[in-house]
Ligand binder design. Structure first.
Ligand SMILES: CSCCC(=O)C(=O)COP(=O)(O)O
Ligand SMILES: [Mg+2]
Length: 210
């Protein structure tokens, strides 16, 4: 493999860090953040209102509760989390086996990329302020839903094009079967990870040979 493309939530990072730490932090700070940053928030609120007419703050809070992977929500969450990471309210959870494997693969010359529904800014924060320190030097690039939905093959074809590596030389890792199917449709190798040790192809990054 010349490149590895990884999902975050459920793959490098626990579901509970996202659901129990990140989302509640964004929920609690969203109204005050929007009030304090009107210029930055305005285009995001306009996009939310265009998608669902009504009070955009109420819509955003509901989208958090529904775990909606909507780009404007993800953009705003990334902005809010920046304060949380910078103040030390939390650090980014990355499984120990993922940290070790990412370091090993990087040292072996495999190019590492991220594809997550979280915004690129949020991805850089999570790995930059990770429990294991700054992991961003390991990554060659980041992709989010501005490239396309994670369950559509075209998104993976675009990523392969963008990184300049043939799709069949890219390995994608994710905890979501539909994402794995989309990556395979685009010609990538792909492994379904189930960190609970259930029906996935792998349970940890230790099982991946490159
Ligand atoms: C990296 S941002 C935090 C996680 C997040 O908001 C998210 O939507 C993660 O989705 P993924 O595609 O990584 O499963
Ligand atoms: Mg995931």
């Amino acid at each position: 493999m010349r490149a590895i493309l990884t999902d975050i939530e459920g793959t490098t990072t626990s579901l509970s860090f996202v659901a129990d730490i990140l989302f509640p932090y964004a929920r609690a700070h969203l109204p005050a953040y929007v009030a304090a940053h009107p210029a930055e928030a305005a285009p995001i609120l306009a996009e939310v209102e265009a998608a669902e007419p009504g009070d955009p703050i109420a819509t955003l809070l509901r989208w958090i509760d529904e775990d909606r992977k909507a780009t404007p929500l993800k953009t705003l969450q990334g902005m809010i989390w920046a304060d949380g990471y910078a103040s030390g309210a939390f650090t980014g959870h990355v499984y120990a086996d993922a940290v070790a494997a990412l370091r090993r693969w990087h040292a072996a010359g495999v190019a590492l990329y991220v594809f997550s529904s979280g915004s690129v800014a949020a991805q850089k924060l999570l790995f930059g302020y990770s429990d294991a320190g700054d992991l961003t030097p390991l990554f060659s690039g980041y992709f989010d839903t501005t490239t396309g939905p994670k369950r559509e093959a075209a998104s993976y074809a675009k990523i392969a094009d963008a990184i300049g590596v043939a799709a069949d030389e890219v390995l994608f890792l994710s905890d979501i079967a539909e994402e794995i199917a989309a990556a395979r449709s685009a010609g990538m190798e792909a492994l379904l990870i189930d960190r609970a040790g259930g029906a996935g192809d792998i349970a940890t990054f230790d099982e991946v040979s490159v």
